[in-house]
Design a protein around this ligand. Sequence first.
Ligand SMILES: Cc1cc2nc3c(=O)[nH]c(=O)nc-3n(C[C@H](O)[C@H](O)[C@H](O)COP(=O)(O)O)c2cc1C
Length: 316
Amino acid sequence: MSVASFLEPLPVVLAPMEDVTDAPFRRICRSLGASLCVTEFIAAEQVIARSKLAVRRSTLAVDDQPTAIQIYGGDPELLLTAARIAETLGPAFIDINCGCWIPAIAKRGAGAGWLRDPNAMVEMARRISAAVSLPITVKTRIGWGPESHMPIVDLARRLEDVGIQALTIHCRTAAMGHTGAADWSWARRAREVVSIPVIVNGDIRTAADVVRAFAETGCAAVMIGRAAIDHPWIFREARAALAGQPIVPPTDAERRAVYRAMVEANAVARPEHVGVAMTRRHLKVLGPLLSQLRPELLRSPSLAETVAVLDFEPTN
Ligand SMILES: Cc1cc2nc3c(=O)[nH]c(=O)nc-3n(C[C@H](O)[C@H](O)[C@H](O)COP(=O)(O)O)c2cc1C
């Protein structure tokens, strides 16, 4: 099955984010309209060792579809072995992370480190595409930086030639990390030279941005990362905006329900206090309720106390 078959018209995709896009969060985003999800990245070595972390990140429930498993690594041989294992785990496809800028990862040739040697990246992609039956996709950046002309356009063409079935472009250089503005024009330029789906990513923060990103790039899909952490309703709002319908903001009851669903799922998936603590990363989903609920939620180490705070509504 091709990647395009997972992409409905104008799809809005949840970006892979370590410690964020785990199964509970994917479920929330999908229920709010995300068309496709990607797991947190998983080191090839960990996939091969079937480490606890790798098993947690790569286990997909039957209703967790379509979801791609994302792997990373600097050694093509290990990536290939990891991809073969990942394909047995039932993902929609396998995505190779060639965009992580974090020095500990990029310096050893993994993630965005591949952008320092595009020939090696293309050869790695060729080997893995040839050896694995599921579609292989790549998520990368526009270049290592600060090139005057970014390699992404040529890379897109070459990756398509070796069998990569979709390309996500985070429209920053590796050197930029998360600073500076994403330049979506590179996704448009890359899209113009290939026929595989190109997914534009970077700084898509509102439903209006989604509409603009589609219009400005002509890409097959847009991918949303950080904006979904605090406001997973962005998927629902984007769908409404794309359909020309009014945007309905979440009600307070929905905000409480989403936080509750996340904390309940996280408390089961991990030691309870860890699940409760990590859900606080999403405190801002509470929106206008945050100032009222935050102090109590920060003081609530257990699931029962957290739920009690969420359930309490002052009568006057
Ligand atoms: C907390 C965090 C974790 C991330 N983890 C990953 C990851 O595991 N794999 C990946 O390809 N990108 C990862 N990214 C990058 C995002 O997928 C995305 O490319 C980037 O945040 C830009 O999109 P945005 O402006 O919509 O956030 C991460 C970003 C953040 C903020």
